[in-house]
Design a protein around this ligand. Structure first.
Ligand SMILES: Nc1ncnc2c1ncn2[C@@H]1O[C@H](COP(=O)(O)OP(=O)(O)OP(=O)(O)O)[C@@H](O)[C@H]1O
Length: 631
C-alpha cells in the first residue's frame, strides 16, 4: 500500500541529481574538472612522475631542445624542464591552497558574524574589510618578502589576507539575505545557541557561493604567486611556474620554449579553475533569496498605510491584566515596539499591557498590521535588527525576563515557551531532514541522548497525527504537505513540554480542510499538557472556537480585552463589533453544518473524527490540490 507520504513526495530533487553529477554532465564542467584532477594528481605524485631531480644540473642539456630523454628540453642552467614543471605543479598548488585557506579562515567566519549579528559587528567587519582592500597589496608583499627572506608560505598567507575581503563580502551578503528567514527564527525559538544556528542553519546557503568563489580565487592566487616569483619574490630555489616564467622571459628571444611551457601550465590551470567556477555557478544557479516574511509584511503594511493615508503611530491605549504577574504564564506591561525606518523611528506598538494565566487560551485578534505579531515577537525576543522594544516588565512563568541577559533569555525559548509559526514550510530548514530538525534541539537544548531524542521525536510525531513517523523523520521539508509541516512544527514546539505555546496565525497558510484539524490538535494538546496558549489570529471564528479570553488590537493598541462569551454577546467597542461582524459574516454556523451533515446521515463531530483519523490522507489531497494549482 502506498503511504500518504509517498504520494506526497516531490521527486524533482531526485530527478535533478546531485550538483556534482550535473556538473559532470556539462562538457565544460567535465573537461575543466578532468584537467584539475590531472593537475592535482601530477602535484601529488610529483616525486614518482618527475624523471629527474628538479635542481640536478647537467650542463650537457643547457638550453637543449626537447628530446626522448628530456621531453621538454633543458633550461638555461642545464636542469630538466619537465621535472621542474612537475615539481612546480606541487609548489604552485600548495601556494594557492595556503592563500585560499587563509582567506577562508578570515573571511567566512567574520562575514558570517557580520551578517548574522549586524549592528556594530557588521560595521566594524565592513570597515576592516574596506581598509584591507584599500591597502596596496603589492607593496605589503614586497615588505613581507624583504623582511622574511622571501618566505614562500608567509607570502602566500599575506596574499590570503588580501583576498579575505572577497569571502567576507560574499558571506555577509548571503547571510543578510537568509538571517530573517523563518527557519532561522524557528531555530532561535527552539533554544539553539547563536553559534549552533550559524554553524548549522545559516552557513548552508553560504556553502555553494563559497565553493564557486574558491574556484575563482584559486586561479587568482596561482596568478599572484606566479607573478611574485616572476618578479623574483618568494621563488628561492623552489621550481615554481612563476620562477620558470621569469627565467624563460629573460631568454625569450633565443629560447621561446622556456617561456612557453610554464605559461601554458599556468594558463591552462587558471582557465580550468575559471571555467569550473562559472559552470558550477550555472549548475547551482544561485538566485537571490526571496525577501523574508517580515520584510514582505512590513512592505505590504507600509503600502496599505500609505494608500489609506493613515499615520502609523496612534494614541496609546493600555490593556488590563486579570492575574498577578507571579501567577501568570505571560504578563506584558506597557510594551512599546519601535522600528528604524528611512523616515526615522516609528512606534508600531504603543504601550500595551496584557496577561495570560497558566492553562488559559488567549486570542490576540485584529486586522492586518495591528501589531499582533510584533507583540509576540517581543515576548519571544525575535524582533528583527531594525526593531526594538521597551516594556516595564515582561513576565514569563513568573519571572521578569526584561532583567535577563540575552543568553539567559534565549534559554527560555524551547523550554518555557514553544512557538508555532504562520508559514510552516519556511520555518523548516530545507537542508535537513525532519528527524534532524526535531532531534537537534532536544539534544542541544535539553541534553538528551540521541536515542532518547529520537524516541521523543517519534512519539511527538505520532501524537500530532502523523501517519508514518519513521518515514517522516527521514523526509525533507519539500516532501511534506503544508498540513504535515505544521504538525511537525507543533510536535517540535511542544516536544520539551513548554508552559506557554505561542501560535502566530498557525492556520493561515493552510488549506481550509486542514485548518480545522490543526486548531483541534492545538486545543487537544493545550488541554493535555495544561499549557497556556497564545493564539494570534485575524479571525474571530478561531477565537470563538478555541479561546477563553481575547485581546482586540488595532493600530498597535489594545481596543478591548474580555472573556470570549462576554465579548461576543456584548462587545463594548464599535471596532470589536465591526470585526466580529466581518469575521463571522457568511460563515456557516455549527447548527447549519450539523443540519447539512444530517442530510447525509452523519454529524459534524463524525466528520471531525474521520478527519482526525486520517490527517495525512487529507494532507495528501491538500498537496495534490496544491500541485494542481501550481500546474
Ligand atoms: N521590519 C519592519 N519595519 C518597519 N515596520 C514594521 C516592520 N515589521 C512590522 N512593521 C510594522 O508593524 C506594524 C504591526 O505589524 P505586525 O506584523 O505586528 O502586524 P500583524 O497585526 O501581525 O499583521 P498580520 O496579520 O498581517 O500578520 C505594521 O504597521 C507594520 O508595518
Amino acid at each position: 500500500m502506498t503511504s500518504p507520504l509517498t504520494e506526497n513526495i516531490d521527486t524533482r530533487a531526485g530527478r535533478r541529481g546531485s550538483v556534482f553529477v550535473r556538473l559532470l554532465k556539462r562538457p565544460a564542467g567535465a573537461i575543466s574538472f578532468g584537467i584539475l584532477v590531472l593537475i592535482v594528481l601530477v602535484a601529488v605524485f610529483a616525486p614518482l612522475l618527475a624523471p629527474y631531480d628538479p635542481n640536478f644540473v647537467d650542463l650537457s642539456i643547457t638550453r637543449a631542445l626537447p628530446s626522448p630523454e628530456h621531453l621538454l628540453g633543458g633550461d638555461t642552467t642545464g636542469r630538466d624542464v619537465l621535472s621542474r614543471l612537475i615539481w612546480g605543479t606541487q609548489i604552485t598548488l600548495w601556494g594557492a591552497l595556503v592563500a585560499i585557506v587563509t582567506s577562508l579562515v578570515i573571511g567566512v567566519p567574520s562575514g558570517l558574524a557580520a551578517g548574522y549579528f549586524g549592528g556594530a559587528t557588521d560595521r566594524i567587519g565592513t570597515w576592516i574589510s574596506d581598509a584591507v582592500q584599500s591597502v596596496p597589496g603589492m607593496i605589503i608583499l614586497l615588505i613581507v618578502g624583504a623582511n622574511t627572506g622571501n618566505d614562500f608560505n608567509l607570502l602566500m598567507v599575506t596574499v590570503g589576507v588580501f583576498m579575505a575581503p572577497g569571502y567576507f563580502r560574499l558571506t555577509r551578503a548571503t547571510v543578510l539575505a537568509v538571517r530573517n528567514e523563518a527557519y532561522v527564527d524557528a531555530a532561535k525559538v527552539s533554544g539553539l545557541s547563536h553559534a549552533r544556528i550559524m554553524g548549522r542553519h545559516v552557513i548552508r546557503p553560504v556553502v555553494a557561493p563559497i565553493v564557486i568563489q574558491s574556484a575563482l580565487t584559486a586561479g587568482m592566487a596561482m596568478g599572484m604567486q606566479a607573478g611574485l616569483q616572476f618578479l623574483g619574490i618568494g621563488g628561492g630555489t623552489t621550481p615554481g611556474w612563476g620562477a620558470a616564467m621569469n627565467e624563460g622571459f629573460r631568454v625569450m628571444r633565443t629560447d621561446p620554449l622556456l617561456l612557453l611551457w610554464p605559461s601554458l601550465a599556468l594558463g591552462i590551470s587558471i582557465a580550468a579553475l575559471a571555467v569550473l567556477g562559472s559552470t558550477l555557478a550555472d549548475v547551482v544557479s544561485v538566485t537571490a533569496p526571496l525577501p523574508s516574511r517580515k520584510a514582505r509584511r512590513a512592505r505590504r503594511a507600509a503600502e496599505r498605510a500609505a494608500a489609506s493615508g493613515e499615520p502609523l503611530a496612534v494614541t496609546a491605549s493600555t490593556g488590563a491584566v486579570a492575574h498577578a504577574a507571579a501567577d501568570s504564564a505571560v504578563q506584558i506591561e506597557n510594551l512599546r515596539v519601535r522600528y528604524e525606518t528611512a523616515d526615522g523611528e516609528v512606534e508600531v506598538v504603543h504601550g500595551i499591557t496584557l496577561d495570560v494565566a497558566p492553562g488559559e487560551v488567549l486570542g490576540i485578534v485584529g486586522e492586518s498590521g495591528s501589531g499582533k505579531s510584533q507583540t509576540v515577537f517581543s515576548v519571544l525576543d525575535l524582533l528583527p535588527k531594525t526593531g526594538s522594544y521597551t516594556a516595564d516588565a515582561i513576565w514569563i512563568g513568573g519571572e521578569d525576563v526584561t532583567s535577563l541577559g540575552r543568553r539567559d533569555r534565549a534559554r527560555l525559548l524551547g523550554r518555557e515557551i514553544g512557538y508555532v509559526p504562520q508559514e510552516p514550510m519556511t520555518n523548516l530548514d530545507p537542508s535537513f531532514t525532519i528527524g534532524h530538525q526535531l532531534i537537534e534541539p532536544l539534544r542541544a537544548v535539553h541534553g538528551m541522548s540521541r536515542a532518547d531524542a529520537k524516541a521523543r521525536a517519534l512519539a511527538m510525531l505520532e501524537r500530532v497525527g502523523i501517519a508514518d513517523p519513521p518515514r517522516v523523520m527521514r523526509a525533507y521539508p519539500h516532501e511534506l504537505s503544508g498540513g504535515m509541516a505544521q504538525r511537525v512544527l507543533i510536535a517540535g514546539a511542544i516536544a520539551a513540554k513548554p508552559s506557554v505555546l505561542v501560535a502566530d496565525e498557525p492556520t493561515t497558510a493552510l488549506d481550509v480542510t486542514v485548518q480545522a484539524e490543526v486548531l483541534e490538535l492545538l486545543r487537544e494538546l493545550q488541554q493535555e499538557y495544561r499549557m497556556a496558549l497564545v493564539i494570534v489570529t485575524h479571525n474571530f471564528g478561531v477565537v470563538a472556537d478555541i479561546c477563553d479570553r481575547v485581546v482586540v488590537m488595532r493600530h498597535g493598541s489594545i481596543v478591548e480585552i474580555g472573556e470570549v462569551a462576554q465579548l461576543f454577546s456584548t462587545p463594548e467597542e464599535p471596532y470589536t463589533r465591526e470585526l466580529i461582524a466581518a469575521s463571522l459574516d457568511g460563515a456557516e454556523s455549527r447548527a447549519e453544518l450539523d443540519r447539512a451533515f444530517a442530510l447525509t446521515g452523519s454529524t459534524a463531530q463524525d466528520a471531525d473524527a474521520q478527519e482526525a483519523a486520517a490527517p495525512a490522507a487529507t494532507d495528501a489531497s491538500t498537496e495534490a490540490d496544491r500541485k494542481e494549482v501550481r500546474a
